[in-house]
Write a protein that binds this ligand. Structure first.
Ligand code: 4AD
Ligand code: MG
Length: 431
């Protein structure tokens, strides 16, 4: 019996007969030879069926296969310099598992709406497979970084009674007799967890009912949120630059084929090493004004501002100390200058914008209580969060990194939607 294996491991079986199981991605036929492009989720390989060397019925099956038919192929592994992974298979036998109907996604260009309607099939194409593989490897790199650096994973709830990032973008739902909201961020729970475990992180879906239709916004996206006791704003930024560099270098090492498949220029990613440049919000405003952007101190950046600021550098840049008034209620003000907060956004180069938002958190009870009033948030709903400032409050910081934006940047994608298997976007809930 030939060994069953997968395309990614085929190199171990040079000169031997193996069995692969997968789907027909593409086919070319000359009458005497059929070239089958087989994909199995781990890669693609060309399988060569030669009429003169095969029983008639086997060759006929090869000729009859339609795009996306599922099959089992047995053949001999040969070296082939032209192939992406260096090998091809000489077909000895083929078993048709399921013939495919006429496949709606042909190998030519389709419009994006058509592709999104067929997302359940679109993900079978090599480019989409490569993106999903890189996304998985990004999560793997994050998990490794956290485990090597003493973090514990804690999973905050999805259903929450309150908002974390402002009430205008909350998804409402009914929780029996109470109002509930889909989480915008697990941060407040992670702050509680940091007081229990020191260094913690979460990874999971978050929701924003934002009526934004941009290449950077999803309605449902994954956020990874580390939170650390006894860590101040400066150390928070140092951890972020190590973390992001670790992820990028891990993907470069483990996803060379996938990065090639998506056409990424990896020389840009190779620069992503600490330290990252830092600019204050004040410096950023001055730089923008000097470069003919009309923006006044106190205003938030738009996408064109972020793109221009980040374009000065060959790696992500921190913009720190934004005006307190335009940032979330929980951010620690600078003690020497309370009109700015001890926070930073990390902007990715090449127009990808903010991939991380982070800050030192207010640890003083009275100040936080005052903020709830200023932001008109019902203090009684946040009593448990205020409790964290009642019992051994300490300086602490954390950040949230958007998974799809990070993957979009690493892959060089036009739009974040391709970084999610089934993106939830404005007016798109299906499939
Ligand atoms: O800056 P944000 O809103 O920060 C927070 O939610 C903090 N509570 C995180 C924390 O400190 N624990 O969101 C963090 C990141 C952004 O930098 C961005 O990468 C991503 O989440 N993000 C989105 N990604 C896709 N679509 C959207 N609509 C996003 N909104 C935020
Ligand atoms: Mg933000």
């Amino acid at each position: 019996m030939p060994t069953k294996t997968s395309i990614q491991n085929i190199g171990q079986f040079l000169g031997q007969s193996v069995t692969l199981q997968g789907w027909l991605y593409n086919k070319r036929s000359s009458g005497k030879i059929v070239f089958l492009q087989l994909r199995d989720g781990t890669g693609t390989i060309q399988c060569v069926a030669v009429k003169a060397e095969l029983p008639e019925e086997v060759f006929q099956i090869c000729q009859s296969l339609k795009q996306e038919a599922s099959l089992r192929v047995t053949g001999e592994v040969k070296e082939d310099e032209r192939a992406q992974n260096g090998y091809e298979l000489t077909v000895q036998s083929v078993e048709l598992l399921h013939q495919s109907d006429d496949y709606p996604i042909s190998l030519k260009e389709h419009g994006v709406d058509f592709l999104l309607d067929h997302r359940h099939l679109w993900i079978r194409t090599p480019r989409q497979r490569a993106i999903l593989k890189i996304r998985s490897e990004v999560l793997q790199a994050m998990t490794l970084f956290f485990s090597e650096n003493g973090f514990t994973r804690v999973d905050p709830p999805i259903l929450t009674p309150t908002s974390c990032e402002g009430t205008s973008e909350l998804f409402h739902t009914q929780y029996f007799d109470e109002d509930a909201y889909l989480t915008q961020s697990g941060q407040m729970y992670m702050e509680a967890a940091a007081m229990a475990l020191g260094k913690v992180y979460s990874m999971g879906p978050t929701f924003r009912a934002e009526k934004s239709k941009t290449r950077r916004h999803l309605i449902e996206f994954w956020m990874i949120e580390p939170e650390m006791a006894f860590v101040d704003h400066d150390e928070n930024m140092r951890i972020q630059e190590q973390f992001v560099s670790y992820i990028v270098q891990h993907v470069l090492k483990h996803c060379a084929i996938e990065l090639k498949t998506v056409g990424r220029d990896i020389s840009i990613l190779q620069n992503v090493q600490p330290p990252f440049p830092r600019m204050t919000y004040d410096e950023a405003i001055k730089w923008l004004n000097d470069n003919n952007y009309e923006i006044a101190w106190g205003e938030d950046f738009g996408a064109p501002h972020e793109t221009a600021l980040a374009a000065q550098f060959d790696r992500p840049v921190f913009i720190e100390r934004y005006p307190t008034a335009i940032k979330a209620f929980y951010m620690q003000p600078d003690p020497d200058r309370p009109e700015v907060a001890l926070c930073a956004d990390l902007l990715a180069p090449e127009g990808y914008g903010e991939i991380i938002g982070g800050s030192e958190r207010i640890h003083d009870f009275a100040l936080l209580e005052k903020r709830f009033e200023e932001h008109q948030l019902p203090k009684e709903d946040y009593d448990w969060y205020l409790d964290l400032r009642r019992y051994g409050s300490v300086v602490h910081s954390g950040f949230g990194i958007g998974l799809e934006r990070t993957v979009a940047w690493i892959c060089g994608l036009e739009h974040v939607r391709e970084a999610a298997a089934f993106p939830r976007m404005l007016y798109r809930l299906k499939p």
